[in-house]
Design a protein around this ligand. Structure first.
Ligand code: GDP
Ligand code: ZN
Length: 342
């Protein structure tokens, strides 16, 4: 492409035009909200937030005649931060729009640090974290354990999913087998699938039914492939054509989709990388479920489970009741925490 330097005057004109556009859009939005609030709104009813655009959210109606329809809603100023997956009380306007009146309690939330490092919720009411790994890129128990700790910390049940099962061979098979066995022994649910084919996908579908799931895992393990294969593109909710193309609303933090065979997915690039943020040493300990019966049983209250005498964890490790790989993961996660969180 030929490079063309804008003159300062041209750059100034472009800036001016864009600022004018933005302020016209903001004004339109205020007017729309005022007229909506001034007009007769429908009765209060329950809805589900399926996408978030900053000043507005998309709400799927959950009740009555409107159920399944999507409305672009304004937020009353007194509301807490709402996120995709939140259930709300809202009132419909007349043109696929409406106003959110209240937030219903969340039973779980996924948080991520924002640009300033502040922890912000990005999805609500998720009840299953699908941790995806594959023969390639080579899986690391340490990374899987980090996701498991994050899931335990959020109080959301994990499902371990080995994708690309078709790539298991004599070379990678033995190590994978050891890895899978270790998680089965811990009691974590585990599925083996291939995004492109097979019975595994059928089983996966039944495991997604009646849950709100997120897919997490290293890049390249096949999350997009799985999601595309699970979502029937024709039934995606919320792709509202008459709103798309309005530049100011294009960034969304997370979107909720319904799986055609039941269950919901909340997905965004940020959520796919959801990992360990802001956890304390205690949180990490609590995230290793096999430690639970041993915690508080060390001789020293502030035991670091390093080389202290009378350490219940080290004794369990010695006796083979804690897997060496898990202990190594635990230590590496603790070592990666910011020092003031110890
Ligand atoms: P993501 O980064 O986790 O979203 O991974 P992608 O979905 O982009 O997949 C990465 C690569 O793995 C792509 O080339 C896919 O075609 C491939 N892939 C995904 N699932 C499978 C599978 O089940 N078997 C095989 N052989 N390849 C797969
Ligand atoms: Zn100890």
């Amino acid at each position: 492409m030929a490079k063309r330097q804008l003159t300062r005057r041209q750059a100034w004109r472009i800036d001016k035009i864009q600022n004018e556009r933005a302020s016209r859009a903001a004004k339109r939005e205020n007017q729309a909200q005022e007229s909506l609030e001034g007009g007769d709104l429908g009765p209060e009813q329950h809805g589900l937030i399926i996408a978030h655009f900053g000043v507005q959210v998309e709400v799927e109606a959950l009740e009555g005649e409107l159920a399944g329809n999507v409305f672009r809603c304004y937020l009353r100023a007194n509301l807490p931060t709402l996120v995709t997956g939140d259930r709300v009380v809202w009132r419909a306007g007349h043109q696929s729009d409406g106003v959110i009146v209240a937030q219903l309690p969340r039973h779980s939330e996924l948080c991520r640090p924002d640009a300033r490092g502040q922890l912000k919720p990005v999805a609500g009411n998720v009840d299953q974290i699908v941790i995806v790994f594959a023969p390639a890129p080579e899986p690391h128990a340490n990374l899987i354990d980090r996701y498991l700790v994050a899931a335990e910390h959020a109080g959301i049940r994990p499902l371990l999913l080995l994708n690309k099962a078709d790539l298991i061979d004599d070379t990678n098979g033995p190590a994978l087998h050891v890895l899978l066995k270790s998680y089965r022994e811990l009691g974590y649910p585990l599925l083996e699938v291939s995004a492109h084919q097979g019975d595994g996908m059928k089983t996966l579908k039944t495991r997604l039914d009646r849950h709100t799931s997120v897919f997490v895992g290293q890049s390249g393990v096949g999350k997009s492939s799985l999601v595309n294969s699970l979502l029937d593109v024709g039934t995606r909710v919320g792709e509202l054509s008459h709103w798309s193309g309005q530049g100011q609303h294009t960034t969304t933090t997370a979107r909720l989709y319904h799986f055609p065979e039941g269950g919901d997915l909340i997905d965004s690039p940020g959520i796919r990388e959801f990992g360990l943020v802001h956890v304390s040493r205690d949180d990490v300990e609590a995230g290793f479920i096999e430690f639970a019966p041993l915690l508080g049983r060390c001789r020293f209250r502030d035991c670091q489970h390093d080389r202290e005498p009378g350490c219940a964890l080290l004794e369990a490790l010695e006796a083979g009741r804690i897997q060496p790989q898990r202990m190594a993961s635990y230590r590496s996660i603790i070592a990666s925490l910011p020092k003031n969180e110890y």
